[in-house]
Design a binder for this molecule. Sequence first.
Ligand SMILES: NC(=O)c1ccc[n+]([C@@H]2O[C@H](COP(=O)([O-])OP(=O)(O)OC[C@H]3O[C@@H](n4cnc5c(N)ncnc54)[C@H](OP(=O)(O)O)[C@@H]3O)[C@@H](O)[C@H]2O)c1
Length: 249
Amino acid sequence: MDGADDPEWQALLAGRPESAGALAALFSPLLAPPGAADGCLVIGRLAQTLDGRIATNLGHSQWIGGPGDIRHTHRLRALCDAVVVGAGTVRADDPQLTTRHVPGPSPLRVVIDPERRLGADYALFRDGPPTLLVTACDGPAMHGAAQALRIGRDAAGQLDLPALLRALAARGLTKIFVEGGGQTVSRFLVAGCLDRLHVTVAPMILGSGRPAFDLPEVARICQGLRFSWTCHPIEPDMLFDIALGRRAA
Ligand SMILES: NC(=O)c1ccc[n+]([C@@H]2O[C@H](COP(=O)([O-])OP(=O)(O)OC[C@H]3O[C@@H](n4cnc5c(N)ncnc54)[C@H](OP(=O)(O)O)[C@@H]3O)[C@@H](O)[C@H]2O)c1
């Protein structure tokens, strides 16, 4: 485990950003009370190549970021109540989504699988911290060891993400970490459901592969989503912290 004796991380975990040194600039926005009407503070995160890929076309993504980015991801898990991933990430990675690399509690794990296509034999449906399977289908209340949560679809046929956030807040889960993949983070962005975005850019080019962002087409540069950011070197990568404030793509 990294940072077990890191006093600045321990201070941040204890809710004392004033003693957290350089970590405070990056993480203290997550300690603030949620400002949105649904009661949640939602942060998305991706690690991408310089050419905007988060995985090869075969789904291999380990690892695009270096060890510092992996530690950063585990820290985001530790600071949040729930970690959300899409069905594609579970299918490709069979992840655990725990905080095993840093001190801090593991969040509830949330898998978005609208058609309930994933089998119940993936690691997070078998053991580890509690898991919610979010689906648009009727079906059994349990999926392996995970509880199923039925959420409706929006007018575009996508899973209704504002309704999901309200359902999580009703369970007392208000700090929400959307960890990937690209489709899932993009859908939160299109729905105007992200308060913040952390994007790590690694010094590599794949030239092919799965995109980080997949958003409705725009015709003109001025229609793109432009923002300011702060840059945080995590050698050898660069992390960009973006306050989106629920702006929709
Ligand atoms: N580099 C990174 O930071 C990073 C992070 C995580 C994962 N990954 C990699 O990324 C790849 C997976 O990413 P991905 O973009 O292909 O898939 P993904 O985002 O993990 O999952 C996409 C699927 O999730 C479901 N879904 C999520 N949100 C939804 C919504 N609002 N409405 C309806 N359906 C929703 C849909 O399932 P259905 O189509 O079944 O309905 C959709 O196809 C894997 O290769 C993984 O290794 C990379």
